[in-house]
Design a binder for this molecule. Structure first.
Ligand code: NAD
Length: 299
């Protein structure tokens, strides 16, 4: 079997086209959706990510407000900026690019963002919403994976979903979303013994460890859906995921490539959440693509 490709780039493109229409709708009602992005310091990877987010905003007609603070900026400076953005009616989403310099308390900064502008979904209120299956802003990367899974047309209810990686931004929220959708979920991490013993049972395997080549064909069940969240730069500058794509695609039924899989969806979901915030402010509308997902009640 050679797996079918789940094309994140194409889905992201199609969603962004729809977003332009939603932005036009909002503007006719007097609301110009806006996203504020805060970057502290000059981490080169963070600069690239922020650049991509600003570009995606432009592509969809969303206003972006880019705030760059020097690496020496104090926590009080970041909190003061967030307070200003919380009060600014032209801002519908606030994103703090992580990681922050070590002298700044990440939790305190994330908790300072108004929950109705928390488009990254990292505020404890939104994390709690995710736990009980009633979140306003699902975190962007697992949200993107959710939509990619939906494109396969396969119902995840009752399936064995194995997630390799247990971070707060990818693995844990992904697990909660799949549990909400009634999958049987296993979360593996760096201390998991005999990883393959878990992954081989996966109908849906999600790799989010940040380790190139971690998932090899022997670890994958025939016909599994394999989603590769990993983004790893090799010494020769190539970008690869966590999955041995060429080997695993011969066993999987569906697989995401890297690049062109989860990556473009993450930024797209940020725009989705920003539009949802603007629509909620107007008292209209719902986001697209996930109706029903949040309304499942587990037995
Ligand atoms: P992280 O470092 O915060 O977490 C990694 C997780 O993987 C941890 O829970 C760790 O225990 C686990 N892990 C590490 N080595 C392992 C191993 N050998 N076996 C099993 N588990 C192992 O990373 P993160 O922020 O969650 O990101 C994970 C990967 O996803 C990175 O490559 C990152 O670049 C990528 N990422 C991609 C996107 C995207 O848009 N595609 C978004 C966020 C992160």
């Amino acid at each position: 079997m050679t797996a079918r490709i789940i094309d994140g780039k194409a889905l992201a493109h199609s969603l962004r086209t729809q977003y332009r229409e939603r932005v036009a709708q909002l503007k006719t009602q007097g609301v110009a959706p806006g996203l504020a992005v805060i970057l502290v310091g000059d981490n080169p990877a963070s600069k690239v990510y922020v650049g991509n987010k600003v570009k995606a905003c432009e592509e969809c007609g969303v206003a972006s407000f880019h705030h760059s603070l020097p690496a020496e900026a104090g926590e009080a400076d970041v909190l003061a900026l967030i307070a200003r953005l919380n009060a600014d009616p032209t801002v519908h989403g606030i994103l703090v690019q992580l990681p922050l310099p070590p002298h700044i308390d990440v939790r305190r900064v994330l908790e300072a963002i108004a929950v109705d502008k928390d488009v990254d979904g990292f505020h404890l209120y939104n994390v709690g919403g995710l736990v009980v299956g009633n979140t306003i802003f699902p975190p962007c990367t697992p949200y993107g994976v959710q939509l990619l899974l939906e494109t396969t047309g396969i119902d995840v209810a009752g399936k064995n979903a194995v997630i390799v990686g247990a971070s707060n931004i990818v693995g844990k929220p992904m697990a909660l979303m799949l549990l909400q959708k009634e999958a049987t979920v296993t979360i593996c991490h760096a201390k998991t013994r005999d990883l393959a013993q878990h992954t081989i049972l996966a109908d849906i395997l999600i790799a989010a460890a940040g380790k190139p080549g971690l998932i090899v064909p022997q670890m994958v069940k025939q016909g599994a859906i394999v989603i590769d969240v990993g983004i790893n730069r090799l010494p020769d500058n190539r970008i690869v995921g966590d999955v041995d794509f060429d080997g695993v695609k011969e066993k999987a039924s569906w697989i995401t490539p890297v690049p062109g899989g989860v990556g473009p969806m993450t930024v797209t979901m940020l725009i989705e959440n920003t539009l949802k915030s603007a629509e909620l402010r107007l008292g209209t509308g719902q986001g697209i693509g996930h109706q029903g997902w949040d309304s499942v009640t587990l037995p």
